[in-house]
Design a protein around this ligand. Structure first.
Ligand code: DCP
Ligand code: MG
Length: 389
């Protein structure tokens, strides 16, 4: 059942951060069908169209009743003429013909496969497709990957500055890694393709915390990303850390990664950033979001050891911005997007995972709990498992 504080027609809000969006919704088949159109538009580089579909899908996710007639959807936010007619087709026939033909097309399947490789975005996927490549085996040959030699490009610990001081979140897209990472990701693809069960994510987090405790006792952490929204399995594990003493946080990310590497758990580092960029406009807390995107394997001593390599993202936040980081990294992408938009439209505030500031005077805000973040923005509390917008 929908949390009582959100029952009151909140699903009609145009902001996803006011809606209760469960992992599986009463109109899941419709959401899945529309998602094919959304992904196809994204893969074809039609970003605006993809976003329109993403918005409509997130509205469907929060709709609390089974949709049986067109009249139910006509007044929904982000439902234009096009979406309404697709929903009508779905109600009449149980499918959307365009989605069916896209789903069975070689182009869609190939572009989806290609862009599932870390480092290959829609543009690169299209280029590779236009070269006549069709399978991941084709890509291995094209990039000269030797599948037996995955240890080559092992670890990269030099300090990488984030592009133009921005975070992955504020750009609304992932970092663009270089070609060497495409090779690594291809070499590891059999492992990285496999879903991570929740129990293993929890074990990874436990072991990482144990290692962190040996470096700096007293840290706290939250598993974020899809797992926090209740997904039973994920493509990676995302963990946000802090220490009650803010002075202890700086440099911890690098130390932890170094230690996990020495102990054979972290084998690859896709990105390591510490945001020490010389930006005079940034106050202390802005410098405090350090992150490492890594490849991790459980140690043999763990009862869940299988040797499977996993993507693990480690994010370190100053305690002042811990809860903004947790919210930012908990997603979903659409929930965050609308939270940012809401904060801007209604409060003149800037929200992203590295902090909250008032736009006109850059005054920072440091909410002490996750609930305080919602209160600050005058929003009803939406628990993490209701943020699957
Ligand atoms: N995120 C975001 N904007 C992005 C990418 C990510 O706001 N462009 C946030 C929301 C995500 C979280 O970071 O929930 C973690 O990103 P992931 O790519 O790991 O996504 P999920 O954890 O949601 O799903 P998966 O199971 O694929 O890991
Ligand atoms: Mg994740």
């Amino acid at each position: 059942p929908i949390p009582t504080n959100l029952e009151q027609l909140s699903y009609l809000s145009k902001y996803a951060c006011q809606r209760a969006s469960p992992l599986i919704c009463p109109n899941q088949e419709l959401a899945v069908e529309l998602d094919i159109l959304k992904r196809s538009r994204g893969l074809e580089g039609e970003e605006r169209s993809a976003l329109s579909y993403a918005r409509a899908i997130s509205v469907v996710k929060a709709y609390p009743h089974r949709i049986t007639s067109k009249s139910q959807v006509q007044k929904l936010p982000h439902f234009g003429v096009k979406i309404c007619s697709l929903v009508e087709e779905f109600l009449d026939t149980g499918e959307i013909s365009e989605a069916r033909s896209i789903a069975s097309s070689e182009r869609f399947k190939t572009l989806s496969d290609f862009s599932s490789v870390y480092g290959i975005g829609p543009n690169a996927a299209q280029k590779l497709y236009n070269l006549g490549l069709r399978t991941l085996e084709d890509l291995e040959i094209y990039y000269g990957v030797d599948p037996t030699d995955i240890e080559t490009n092992l670890i990269k610990l030099e300090n990488e500055e984030a592009p133009r001081g921005s975070t992955r979140r504020s750009q609304g897209q992932k970092d663009e890694p270089g070609e060497s990472w495409i090779k690594v990701a291809l070499g590891l693809r059999n492992d990285l393709m496999k879903k991570i069960p929740r129990t293993e994510a929890e074990e990874m987090s436990r072991i990482v915390m144990q290692e962190l405790d040996a470096i700096e006792p007293g840290c706290v952490s939250t598993i974020v990303g899809g797992f926090r929204r209740g997904k039973p399995e994920g493509n990676d594990v995302d963990i946000v850390f802090t220490h009650p003493d803010g002075g202890m946080v700086k440099g911890l990310c690098r130390q932890l990664v170094q230690r996990l590497h020495e102990r054979g758990m972290v084998t690859h580092v896709m990105h390591l950033s510490s945001f020490h960029g010389p930006n005079p406009l940034r106050t202390a807390h802005w410098d405090s979001l350090e992150k490492a995107l890594t490849v991790f394997t459980l140690p043999k001593s763990s009862p869940l050891y299988t040797g499977t390599r996993r993507r693990l993202d480690l994010i370190f936040a100053h305690p002042d911005v811990y809860w903004t980081a947790v919210i930012g990294w908990s997603g979903s992408v659409m929930f965050q997007r609308d939270l940012r938009q809401w904060a801007k439209d209604k409060y003149g505030m800037k929200f992203d995972s590295s902090g909250i500031t008032r736009r006109h005077d850059s005054k920072p805000f440091y909410p002490k709990t996750e609930k305080e973040v919602f209160e600050l923005f005058g929003l009803e509390w939406v628990g993490p498992t209701w943020r699957n917008a």
